[in-house]
Design a protein around this ligand. Sequence first.
Ligand code: ZN
Length: 78
Amino acid sequence: MGTQSVLCSVCQGVLPATGRESYTALRGRLIVTNGYCAGGCAERLAEAERAREMARPMAPQAQGPAPVAPARMAPVRI
Ligand SMILES: [Zn+2]
């Protein structure tokens, strides 16, 4: 068993135990060195990702050529 299943991939904290078999010496050591994961890391990460997407003014993958705006005609003075 690797540390991947014990540690949070976002904050590297120890994830809450999923069962009796989760309580291992390795886990105990990691709690001391890394501390616990506060939880909601994946959600926070997704939230930040979404916020970044929103902040971008224009998506690079625009579908089709942009419609050409009609040239504004200057008012003709006679
Ligand atoms: Zn975490």
